[in-house]
Design a protein around this ligand. Structure first.
Ligand code: NAP
Ligand code: GCO
Length: 267
């Protein structure tokens, strides 16, 4: 049965920062495939409000508060999941932040904070979760990369440094852990309509035009577009996919310089 390939019944999945946006879309689709969904956040309010949304989608979610950048807090959170839900089979390192500040104006403390959340935290959480996957000889780790894993743009130096690093951390985890039947892969979303991109998407912001004209698919991505890719990487269907970054970007990375309406070449 083809459905058996994507069946996650009995698997425990932790999606960091899974209370809204891309993380929640991943939680919902993995939950629909049968996984027991755990999500953390640093905001009590978001942990509370997400319960209603998950319940509406028919998913029973285990929520808990811990900060992914704090080793002791991560240890406490994962111990709680292990005791209350079970050992983690699928880890999605989704929590992330961005600061849009030109390099000359950026305080080093801001740069370091982005590196801590977007690059160091996936290492902290994976390092805590991997030993049990190694013992079981089975596991899935998905690191939320970005098109900024391969490209820069003005004002996002810290974010691009972190996401570029995360792509190579994915490769290095693969080199060390693939032999234990753990598949570690990344997802590189393009421009997705979430809270993170609201400041550059809403209110007639010129960046909205740029995304709409440069993305060959002609639209912003939806969180569900990314969720569906995560289902593949969390399932048996990807058991020989190792150290890959799957770009879910409407083709924007494939597009060199084409701007709809400006330099269109007649077919
Ligand atoms: P989002 O709406 O800003 O959600 C990010 C989540 O991470 C939030 O739940 C946030 O919690 C949580 N978080 C932040 N710092 C944390 C910490 N220290 N400990 C625990 N949780 C923390 O972002 P999104 O757009 O859904 O993006 C999800 C991931 O995809 C991020 O890694 C992002 O960089 C990446 N991505 C997004 C896009 C895009 O276009 N949206 C494109 C490429 C990659 P609070 O809400 O409480 O702050
Ligand atoms: C930006 C955006 C991006 C996206 C995404 C692109 O300011 O350029 O916020 O960095 O969120 O990561 O893949």
């Amino acid at each position: 049965m083809i459905q058996e390939l994507f069946d996650l019944t009995g698997k425990v999945a932790l999606i960091t920062g899974g209370t809204h946006g891309i993380g929640m879309a991943i939680g919902k689709v993995l939950g629909k495939a049968g996984a027991k969904i755990c999500v953390n956040d640093i905001s009590d309010e978001k942990l509370e409000s997400c319960k209603v949304e998950y319940a509406t989608a028919g998913i029973d979610v285990y929520t808990l508060k811990f900060n992914v950048t704090d080793e002791a807090d991560v240890d406490r959170g994962i111990l709680e999941i292990e005791a209350e839900v079970g050992d983690i089979d699928i880890l999605v390192n989704n929590a992330g932040i961005i600061k849009r500040i030109p390099i000359l104006d950026m305080d080093i403390s801001d740069y370091k904070q982005v590196i801590d959340v977007d690059l160091v935290a996936p290492l902290i959480v994976s390092k805590r979760v991997a030993p049990k996957m190694i013992a079981k000889r089975e596991g899935k780790i998905i690191n939320m990369c970005s098109m900024m894993s391969v490209y820069g743009r003005n004002s996002v130096s810290a974010y691009a440094s972190a996401k570029g690093g995360l792509k190579l951390l994915t490769a290095n985890m693969t080199c060390e852990w693939a032999k234990y039947n753990i598949q570690i892969n990344g997802i590189g979303p393009g421009y997705i309509a979430t809270a993170q991109t609201a400041p550059i998407r809403e209110g007639n912001h010129p960046f909205n035009d740029l995304v709409m004209t440069r993305t060959p698919a002609g639209r912003w991505g939806e969180p569900e577009d990314v969720g569906n890719a995560a289902l593949f990487l969390a399932s048996k269907a990807s058991n020989f996919v190792n150290g890959h970054v799957l770009y879910v970007d409407g083709g924007i990375l494939a597009n060199f310089g084409y701007v709809k309406g400006e330099n269109e070449i007649p077919e």
